[in-house]
Ligand binder design. Structure first.
Ligand code: PRP
Length: 185
């Protein structure tokens, strides 16, 4: 999918495909340096993190394995409440292991805050967080200290590179803003 497929539904491109690739190279370098050859279990939070998991994993030299969690937050509409339900739990036992949580975006930080607490109770050796994008609310609330962040985004309706609107547009290779006529319909 590209900008042409979106026609007038796309307002602006905020982060280009090249910028995403360059930033992922930098993040992979920093993450490799941190783990210094130790094995790490990457935990992707479905569904948005599929893109960043696939791209980051291929750039890392650190030996990795992958696992996935799906969670749903009880909230009104687009706002999460911080109360989370596990839809799909990890397959792996993480006790004594290095865990890297990989997120597409942090908004209020409530999902991540719950996730860190939940995974910490399983006694891993270490938990770190990488998020490709972050909204201003997450910076303001400082709900969870994020170890690696790709880009800080404005408080707009963003789509692409894993981010959806009504489950669509996740497969755009860049991040853009949605034209108001799409969500005001
Ligand atoms: C998004 C994102 C985070 C969460 C962040 O997932 O992937 O998990 O919202 O929001 P918060 O910081 O306000 O808690 P979403 O529930 O939209 O599911 P998705 O990954 O399937 O799009």
């Amino acid at each position: 999918m590209d900008a042409n497929d979106m026609g007038s539904d796309l307002k602006d491109i905020l982060v280009s495909e090249d910028e995403i690739t360059t930033r992922l190279d930098e993040l992979a370098k920093a993450i490799d340096a941190y783990y210094a050859g130790e094995e790490v279990l990457m935990v992707g939070v479905l569904r948005g993190s599929a893109m960043v998991m696939a791209d980051l994993a291929r750039k890392l030299h650190t030996p990795i394995t992958m696992d996935w969690m799906a969670v749903s937050s009880y909230g009104s509409g687009t706002k999460s409440s911080g109360v989370v339900r596990i839809l799909k739990d990890l397959t792996e036992d993480i006790m004594g292991r290095n865990v890297l949580i990989v997120e597409d975006i942090i908004d209020s930080g409530l999902t991540l805050s719950w996730l860190v607490q939940n995974l910490t109770s399983r006694e891993p050796k270490d938990i770190k967080i990488m998020s490709m994008f972050r909204k201003p609310e997450a910076v303001r609330s400082m709900e969870v200290p994020v170890d690696w962040v790709g880009f800080d985004l404005p408080d707009e309706f963003v789509i692409g590179y894993g981010l959806d609107y009504a489950e669509r547009y996740r497969n755009l290779p860049f991040v853009g803003t949605l034209a108001p006529h799409v969500y005001e319909k």
